[in-house]
Design a protein around this ligand. Structure first.
Ligand code: PMP
Length: 431
């Protein structure tokens, strides 16, 4: 009997009613080809697709699933909250507790505003920085992703530091022109931009440790130097920890690196424990420029949603040192195993990490910025990806994404990954 591929059936149906069949572009397998897994359920380190096939999941919902999928205590907290009502449009005790929990882990976040997505968190951070400084220009780095608000969807032009160009159809030239795009890790370019228009710059925004062009860690002292340059020119530093926050350690990347204080920090992903929740935090006097205290408007019907705050609180409560220690160890083991498999087949590659986050670039030599990240062999990644998938391991379906682990990735799950690696390396080598 011929097996019908239910993922395929769903993808065909999906494409008829949803653009590209997906609710967020990278899910469509556009760069690796093939049919995305339609996930029916997920537990611990595994996802199950519409065919009932089980895969070891190295996507972890793109970060949130630090404890693994459907952690019983997180699910129980959400169930419990759901029984008390789904949304009130009014303040709750859980919001207060979650804000306190965030501040305890990231002390620069003296006050916190909750939103539903990372996009909203960074968009609000930008508005707050503009409101606080009375200036218009935002400096961002090529290859850093901060969500899809207009100002942050500016693309780099051909120069080292360029006035932004619209990074998407529908972003006006005016919105992009107030964003200056600089090559990542290039402090000289940042200095130059500030020397030229420092009195117009409201903020520099950077991923705490970039992981949206593959993992490209900041050069030692880079973030601290940004702090210094911004301060000298009266501009703010926005540290985007949407991806790294509460994932690489209890205090995020800032907790690992330390030594400097951003004005605004943005959070998402882990902080919502898999539910739609994100946040921005900063010094109290700065945060109080937000409505209703101050003149910078920001709001949200579902902001601080009770199910999301319950999931976030349960997740932060469970994310102790043992969790981070385990994820760190798994990450190191996996990086070593990937490296060995690729070396054996003489596949050019470089593995880069930032805390437990890592990614594999199919090219030789260190990757310090987006231009270098783009100069990888994406076809090789596609072959590697599909060979892993064939063996029951779901990697992020793009060469520009970090691989994610969780505390639920136990020996059994990892053995399956390790068994798949030599085959995937061979698939790359044999072209
Ligand atoms: N900032 C960073 C660093 C991110 O990685 C992302 C999402 N990948 C965002 C912002 C946007 O978050 P969201 O997808 O929740 O809007």
């Amino acid at each position: 009997m011929v097996q019908v591929n239910q993922d395929r059936v769903l993808f065909d149906r999906a494409r008829a009613v949803i653009p590209g069949g997906v609710s967020s572009p990278v899910r469509a397998f556009g760069s690796v080809g093939g049919t995305p897994l339609f996930i029916a359920e997920a537990t611990g380190p595994y996802v199950v697709d519409a065919n009932g096939d089980t895969f070891v999941d190295l996507v972890c919902s793109w970060g949130p699933a630090l404890l693994g999928h459907a952690h019983p205590e997180v699910v129980a907290a959400v169930r419990d909250a759901a029984g008390r009502g789904l949304s009130f449009g009014a303040p709750t005790a859980a919001e207060v507790e979650l804000a306190e929990a965030i501040r305890a882990r990231v002390p620069v976040a003296e006050q916190v505003r909750f939103v539903s997505t990372g996009t909203e968190a960074t968009m609000t951070a930008v508005r707050l920085a503009r409101g606080a400084t009375g200036r218009d220009v935002i400096v961002k780095f090529a290859g850093c992703y901060h969500g899809h608000s207009d100002a942050l969807l500016a693309a780099a032009g051909s120069g080292v530091a360029t006035q932004g160009l619209p990074g998407s159809a529908g972003v006006t030239a005016a919105a992009a022109a107030d964003t200056v795009v600089v090559a990542y890790n290039d402090l000289a370019a940042v200095e130059r931009v500030f020397a030229q228009q420092g009195d117009r710059i409201a903020a520099v925004i950077t991923e705490a440790a970039p992981a949206n062009m593959g993992v490209v860690p900041p050069a030692p002292g880079f973030n601290a130097a940004l702090r210094d340059i911004a301060s000298r020119h009266g501009a703010l530093l926005i540290l985007d920890e949407v991806l790294t926050g509460f994932r690489v350690g209890p205090g995020g990347w800032l907790g690992l690196e330390g030594g400097y204080a951003p004005d605004i920090v943005t959070f998402g992903k882990v902080v919502g424990g898999g539910m739609p929740l994100a946040a921005l935090g900063g010094r109290a006097e700065l945060m109080q420029l937000l409505a209703p205290v101050g003149p910078v408007y920001q709001a949200g019907t579902l902001s601080g949603n009770p199910l999301a705050t319950a999931a976030g609180l349960a997740t932060l409560h469970l994310a102790d040192d043992a969790v981070y220690g385990l994820v760190d160890r798994r990450s190191l083991e996996l990086q070593a195993a990937v490296g060995e498999a690729l070396r054996r087949e003489s596949v050019p590659h470089v593995i880069q990490s930032a805390g437990s986050l890592f990614s594999v670039f199919f090219r030789d030599g260190d990757v310090g910025d987006y231009e270098a990240a783009k100069a990888q062999d994406q076809t090789a990644f596609g072959r590697f990806f599909h060979a892993m998938l064939q063996e029951g391991v779901a990697l992020p379906p793009s060469a520009f994404e970090a691989w994610f682990l969780s505390a639920a990735h136990d020996d059994r799950a990892m053995e399956r990954v390790y068994a798949a690696l030599p085959l995937a390396a061979r698939a790359v080598a044999s072209g």
